[in-house]
Each structure stands twice: as C-alpha cells, then as structure tokens.
Design a protein around this ligand. Structure first.
Ligand SMILES: Nc1nc2c(c(=O)[nH]1)N[C@H]1C(S)=C(S)[C@@H](COP(=O)(O)O)O[C@H]1N2
Ligand SMILES: [Mo]
Length: 156
C-alpha cells in the first residue's frame, strides 16, 4: 500500500510527503497539541495553509478533495471554506499517527458542522488521507448523504 501524502491537481508544485516532510513545514503553521481545538483529537498537526504555502495553490483551485484509498472514502469541499482553518494531524507522541486514530494522516476541520448538515461537516474529517487534490470543479465525494447511509457506514 502506498504510504505518504500526495498533494496534486491545481498546484504549482505537486508533492508526495512523509510525516517528516510535514514536520519540516515552517513552525508558524505547526499545532503542537490539537486538543486545543478538539479535546478528542490528541496529536500534532500542520495547518492546511502551511501545505498550500509550499505547494502553491493555483488561482484556478476552488475545491479540495480528500482521498482515502485505504477504505475508499472521499470528500470534496470548497477550498475557501477550509483553507484558513483545516489541519492535518500527522503525529502522536513523536510517532506517526496510528491507524486507530485515523492516521497516518487525518484531516480535521476544528469547527465542523453536524454530519451531512453542510459541505463542511464532521464526515469531511477524513481519516487515512493519502491524497489531497485541488481542482477547479467539485471532485469525487462519497460521504453519506442522509442518516440511513450514515448509520450503515458506522455499523460494525
Ligand atoms: N477514511 C474515512 N474517513 C472518515 C470516515 C470513513 O468512513 N472513512 N467517516 C467519516 C465520518 S462519517 C465521520 S462522522 C467521522 C467520524 O470520526 P471518528 O471515527 O473519529 O469518530 O470520520 C469521517 N472520516
Ligand atoms: Mo459523519
């Protein structure tokens, strides 16, 4: 299985990054302890803005699509709604974020809406993200659309 995090699409410099590459992004974008945003999400994160500062979002980039090939889960959200607040959690206690916590890379919108209440909802907090794609138009999205689909997804 591919490891690492790819960022591609409408960016000037597509990349494929490891945990160490995220840790090397400028300290101003680093969040040492994500519990200050969400008590249930311990770990270290980097702001999406820090990633975009390196890869350079093109002006044509309007949508951000989060892909998890591990479990085929995908969410596409308007870039402007999250560019200044979303985080990518990549580390816990100095180790890669475990799969049990949605690692090695987990997207987190600190103040998300309730599931399927808006585009920027809890369901968009994609676990096991391995690709972040920027596009001009809305990308692939298979988040649950209603309570029924949601219950099926969360069924053991
Ligand atoms: N890869 C992946 N990410 C995912 C999901 C999923 O099924 N697969 N479920 C989403 C939904 S519907 C919700 S509400 C939250 C739940 O997060 P939790 O499992 O940490 O409570 O994760 C989101 N991220
Ligand atoms: Mo959800």
């Amino acid at each position: 299985m591919a490891t690492g995090l790819s960022i591609d699409g409408e960016v000037k410099q597509p990349v494929h990054w490891s945990q160490a590459d995220l840790a090397a992004i400028h300290p101003v974008y680093q969040i040492d302890d994500v519990t200050r945003f969400n008590a249930k999400r311990p770990g270290t994160a980097v702001r999406l803005a820090g990633i975009l500062a390196v890869v350079g979002a093109k002006p044509t980039a309007r949508w951000l699509t989060l892909h998890s090939s591990r479990d085929n889960f995908h969410a596409s959200i308007p870039l402007d709604a999250v560019r200044d607040r979303a985080l990518i959690i990549y580390e816990l206690d100095g180790q890669p974020l475990p799969v049990s916590a949605g690692g090695p890379f987990r997207f987190l919108i600190p103040d998300f809406a309730a599931c399927h209440a808006s585009e920027v909802d809890e369901c968009a907090n994609v676990k096991f993200v391995d690709r972040i794609e920027l596009t001009a138009d809305r990308g692939f999205d298979n988040r649950p659309k209603d309570d029924d689909e949601h219950a099926k997804l969360h069924a053991p």
